[in-house]
Design a protein. Structure first.
Length: 153
């Protein structure tokens, strides 16, 4: 993780410092409402550049992977919690039958991120919690992808 710090006029960055900017690191999210089980593929990465954190999560469902209720996770670094009700990123729910459903993530607080899917059944577009049957019945081969960004404290 690269925290660039404060430089003065004339400072020279080393090659190592420049190469460290934007380095992606692995992390293990603490899920609620989602059980990884025997997921054959999980990719959980983040990158911090000064106060901005970028996060990528991907999980392909195995036979014992399950969504049991509203899905939340703890991001790798606590957020500043300003504007937590605004979307911090995108969600893609892919049914193994190649049907895609889009959604959003937003922070409940500085350490909890909520994963939601868009709901177009109302007059205005809204979002709803994922569940074992929303946006489809989750099964082996289905995929959940999340890309988000936020500001740290």
């Amino acid at each position: 993780m690269a925290t660039l710090g404060n430089f003065t006029s004339g400072s020279v960055l080393s090659a190592a410092e420049l190469n460290a900017i934007g380095t992606w690191q692995d992390f293990t999210p603490n899920w609620s409402g989602l059980t990884e089980g025997n997921a054959p593929t999980t990719i959980y990465k983040y990158c911090q550049i000064n106060e901005i954190v970028f996060v990528k999560l991907y999980i392909q469902f195995g036979s014992t992977t399950a969504i049991t209720g509203a899905v939340t996770f703890e991001p790798p670094i606590a957020s500043d919690n300003y504007f937590s009700e605004f979307s911090q990123g995108n969600v893609l729910c892919e049914d193994d039958t190649s049907t895609d459903f889009w959604g959003t993530v937003f922070r409940k607080n500085s350490t909890t991120t909520i994963v939601r899917v868009y709901n177009s059944s109302t007059t205005y577009l809204s979002s709803t919690d994922l569940s074992s049957t929303v946006p489809f019945t989750w099964a082996t081969g289905d995929k959940l992808s999340i890309e988000m960004w936020y500001r740290t404290t």
